[in-house]
Design a protein around this ligand. Structure first.
Ligand SMILES: [Fe+2]
Ligand SMILES: [Fe+2]
Length: 191
Protein backbone atom coordinates (compact mmCIF):
# COMPACT_ATOMS: atom_id res chain seq x y z
CA UNK A 1 0.00 0.00 0.00
CA UNK A 2 1.15 3.54 -0.73
CA UNK A 3 2.63 5.37 2.22
CA UNK A 4 -0.25 7.83 2.46
CA UNK A 5 -2.81 5.00 2.58
CA UNK A 6 -0.90 3.41 5.47
CA UNK A 7 -0.96 6.75 7.29
CA UNK A 8 -4.73 7.08 6.74
CA UNK A 9 -5.20 3.49 7.93
CA UNK A 10 -3.21 4.15 11.13
CA UNK A 11 -5.32 7.23 11.85
CA UNK A 12 -8.54 5.36 11.08
CA UNK A 13 -7.80 2.35 13.31
CA UNK A 14 -8.68 3.95 16.68
CA UNK A 15 -12.15 4.62 15.22
CA UNK A 16 -12.65 1.06 14.05
CA UNK A 17 -12.59 -0.93 17.29
CA UNK A 18 -16.34 -1.48 17.40
CA UNK A 19 -18.69 -3.76 15.47
CA UNK A 20 -15.63 -5.75 14.23
CA UNK A 21 -15.03 -2.83 11.89
CA UNK A 22 -11.28 -3.35 12.02
CA UNK A 23 -11.66 -6.80 10.44
CA UNK A 24 -14.46 -5.63 8.13
CA UNK A 25 -12.42 -2.70 6.85
CA UNK A 26 -9.21 -4.63 6.35
CA UNK A 27 -11.01 -7.15 4.15
CA UNK A 28 -12.97 -4.48 2.30
CA UNK A 29 -9.67 -2.76 1.42
CA UNK A 30 -8.40 -6.00 -0.14
CA UNK A 31 -11.60 -6.37 -2.17
CA UNK A 32 -11.33 -2.73 -3.27
CA UNK A 33 -7.87 -3.33 -4.77
CA UNK A 34 -9.20 -6.34 -6.67
CA UNK A 35 -12.17 -4.35 -7.98
CA UNK A 36 -9.92 -1.48 -9.07
CA UNK A 37 -7.81 -3.93 -11.04
CA UNK A 38 -10.84 -5.37 -12.83
CA UNK A 39 -13.00 -2.29 -13.30
CA UNK A 40 -10.67 0.73 -13.40
CA UNK A 41 -11.69 3.60 -11.14
CA UNK A 42 -9.46 6.01 -9.28
CA UNK A 43 -7.41 4.27 -6.61
CA UNK A 44 -6.68 7.61 -4.92
CA UNK A 45 -10.40 8.04 -4.26
CA UNK A 46 -11.56 4.47 -3.72
CA UNK A 47 -8.83 3.35 -1.30
CA UNK A 48 -9.10 6.24 1.21
CA UNK A 49 -12.90 6.09 0.94
CA UNK A 50 -13.05 2.41 1.81
CA UNK A 51 -10.50 2.79 4.64
CA UNK A 52 -12.59 5.58 6.16
CA UNK A 53 -16.17 4.65 5.24
CA UNK A 54 -17.15 3.23 8.64
CA UNK A 55 -15.15 5.43 11.05
CA UNK A 56 -18.45 6.97 12.24
CA UNK A 57 -19.80 3.84 13.91
CA UNK A 58 -18.22 4.65 17.26
CA UNK A 59 -20.67 7.55 17.54
CA UNK A 60 -23.55 5.06 17.58
CA UNK A 61 -24.10 3.29 20.92
CA UNK A 62 -23.31 -0.42 20.53
CA UNK A 63 -26.69 -1.52 21.89
CA UNK A 64 -28.31 0.17 18.91
CA UNK A 65 -26.09 -1.42 16.26
CA UNK A 66 -28.32 -4.40 15.50
CA UNK A 67 -31.30 -2.10 15.12
CA UNK A 68 -29.34 -0.05 12.59
CA UNK A 69 -28.03 -2.68 10.16
CA UNK A 70 -28.48 -6.25 9.02
CA UNK A 71 -31.54 -8.36 8.27
CA UNK A 72 -33.23 -7.44 11.57
CA UNK A 73 -32.73 -3.67 11.36
CA UNK A 74 -35.74 -1.73 12.59
CA UNK A 75 -34.27 1.77 12.89
CA UNK A 76 -32.37 2.51 9.67
CA UNK A 77 -32.29 6.21 10.61
CA UNK A 78 -29.60 5.33 13.16
CA UNK A 79 -27.53 3.97 10.30
CA UNK A 80 -27.44 7.49 8.86
CA UNK A 81 -25.61 8.72 11.97
CA UNK A 82 -22.53 6.66 11.13
CA UNK A 83 -22.35 8.25 7.68
CA UNK A 84 -22.69 11.83 8.93
CA UNK A 85 -20.22 11.36 11.80
CA UNK A 86 -17.92 9.41 9.50
CA UNK A 87 -17.68 12.34 7.11
CA UNK A 88 -16.48 14.63 9.94
CA UNK A 89 -13.83 12.20 11.17
CA UNK A 90 -12.68 11.30 7.64
CA UNK A 91 -12.28 15.00 6.81
CA UNK A 92 -10.03 15.53 9.83
CA UNK A 93 -7.89 12.51 8.96
CA UNK A 94 -7.52 13.41 5.28
CA UNK A 95 -6.60 16.99 6.11
CA UNK A 96 -4.06 15.77 8.64
CA UNK A 97 -2.22 13.84 5.91
CA UNK A 98 -2.54 16.83 3.53
CA UNK A 99 -4.61 14.97 0.99
CA UNK A 100 -5.58 16.81 -2.19
CA UNK A 101 -8.61 19.03 -1.49
CA UNK A 102 -10.61 18.04 -4.59
CA UNK A 103 -10.05 14.40 -3.80
CA UNK A 104 -11.13 14.93 -0.19
CA UNK A 105 -14.44 16.32 -1.43
CA UNK A 106 -15.12 13.33 -3.65
CA UNK A 107 -14.16 10.89 -0.88
CA UNK A 108 -16.44 12.60 1.64
CA UNK A 109 -19.36 12.57 -0.77
CA UNK A 110 -18.93 8.81 -1.20
CA UNK A 111 -18.74 8.22 2.57
CA UNK A 112 -21.81 10.40 3.13
CA UNK A 113 -24.03 8.07 1.09
CA UNK A 114 -22.23 4.75 1.17
CA UNK A 115 -25.20 2.98 2.82
CA UNK A 116 -28.19 5.34 2.51
CA UNK A 117 -27.78 6.21 -1.18
CA UNK A 118 -28.91 3.18 -3.10
CA UNK A 119 -27.78 4.25 -6.59
CA UNK A 120 -24.04 4.87 -7.08
CA UNK A 121 -23.15 8.36 -8.32
CA UNK A 122 -19.90 7.32 -10.03
CA UNK A 123 -17.68 4.35 -10.78
CA UNK A 124 -15.58 5.19 -7.70
CA UNK A 125 -18.70 5.25 -5.53
CA UNK A 126 -19.86 1.95 -7.00
CA UNK A 127 -16.53 0.27 -6.23
CA UNK A 128 -16.63 1.44 -2.60
CA UNK A 129 -20.18 0.08 -2.24
CA UNK A 130 -19.12 -3.23 -3.74
CA UNK A 131 -15.99 -3.65 -1.64
CA UNK A 132 -18.13 -2.92 1.44
CA UNK A 133 -20.62 -5.65 0.47
CA UNK A 134 -18.07 -8.20 -0.77
CA UNK A 135 -16.75 -8.61 2.74
CA UNK A 136 -20.00 -10.46 3.55
CA UNK A 137 -18.69 -13.29 1.37
CA UNK A 138 -15.42 -13.68 3.30
CA UNK A 139 -14.69 -16.49 5.75
CA UNK A 140 -14.49 -13.98 8.62
CA UNK A 141 -17.89 -12.51 7.78
CA UNK A 142 -19.44 -15.97 7.75
CA UNK A 143 -18.21 -16.44 11.29
CA UNK A 144 -19.03 -12.94 12.57
CA UNK A 145 -22.35 -12.37 10.80
CA UNK A 146 -23.78 -15.82 11.42
CA UNK A 147 -23.28 -15.30 15.12
CA UNK A 148 -24.51 -11.70 14.96
CA UNK A 149 -27.69 -12.53 13.04
CA UNK A 150 -28.14 -15.98 14.61
CA UNK A 151 -28.21 -17.77 11.28
CA UNK A 152 -27.17 -21.25 10.29
CA UNK A 153 -24.57 -21.75 7.58
CA UNK A 154 -27.34 -22.49 5.05
CA UNK A 155 -29.43 -19.47 6.03
CA UNK A 156 -26.46 -17.15 5.69
CA UNK A 157 -25.39 -18.75 2.42
CA UNK A 158 -28.93 -18.42 1.02
CA UNK A 159 -28.96 -14.72 1.85
CA UNK A 160 -25.64 -14.21 0.03
CA UNK A 161 -26.72 -16.20 -3.01
CA UNK A 162 -30.13 -14.60 -3.37
CA UNK A 163 -28.80 -11.05 -3.01
CA UNK A 164 -25.72 -11.41 -5.19
CA UNK A 165 -27.20 -9.71 -8.28
CA UNK A 166 -28.85 -7.02 -6.18
CA UNK A 167 -25.80 -6.16 -4.07
CA UNK A 168 -23.13 -6.43 -6.75
CA UNK A 169 -23.26 -4.48 -9.99
CA UNK A 170 -19.86 -5.02 -11.63
CA UNK A 171 -18.61 -8.14 -13.38
CA UNK A 172 -15.54 -8.23 -11.15
CA UNK A 173 -17.65 -7.94 -8.00
CA UNK A 174 -19.95 -10.77 -9.10
CA UNK A 175 -16.99 -12.94 -10.06
CA UNK A 176 -15.30 -12.41 -6.68
CA UNK A 177 -18.55 -13.15 -4.86
CA UNK A 178 -19.09 -16.39 -6.81
CA UNK A 179 -15.51 -17.43 -6.14
CA UNK A 180 -15.98 -16.75 -2.43
CA UNK A 181 -19.25 -18.72 -2.33
CA UNK A 182 -17.38 -21.61 -3.90
CA UNK A 183 -14.63 -21.27 -1.27
CA UNK A 184 -17.11 -21.04 1.60
CA UNK A 185 -18.92 -24.17 0.50
CA UNK A 186 -15.57 -25.97 0.90
CA UNK A 187 -14.92 -24.50 4.36
CA UNK A 188 -15.80 -26.63 7.33
CA UNK A 189 -19.19 -25.65 8.75
CA UNK A 190 -19.95 -25.71 12.41
CA UNK A 191 -23.71 -25.35 12.55
FE1 LIG B 1 -21.19 1.65 6.70
FE1 LIG C 1 -18.86 -1.06 5.90
Amino acid sequence: MKDVYSKIWELAKPHLDTRKNDIHTELAIQYAFRLLKGEGGDEEIVVPAIILHDVGWKSVPEELHLKAFGPKATMPEINRVHEVEGVKIAKEILEKVNYDQDKIEEILEIIDGHDSRKEPISLNDMLVKEADKLWRYSREAFRINRERYEQTFEQYMDRLRSNLDKWLLTNSGREIAKEEIENRSKDSRDD
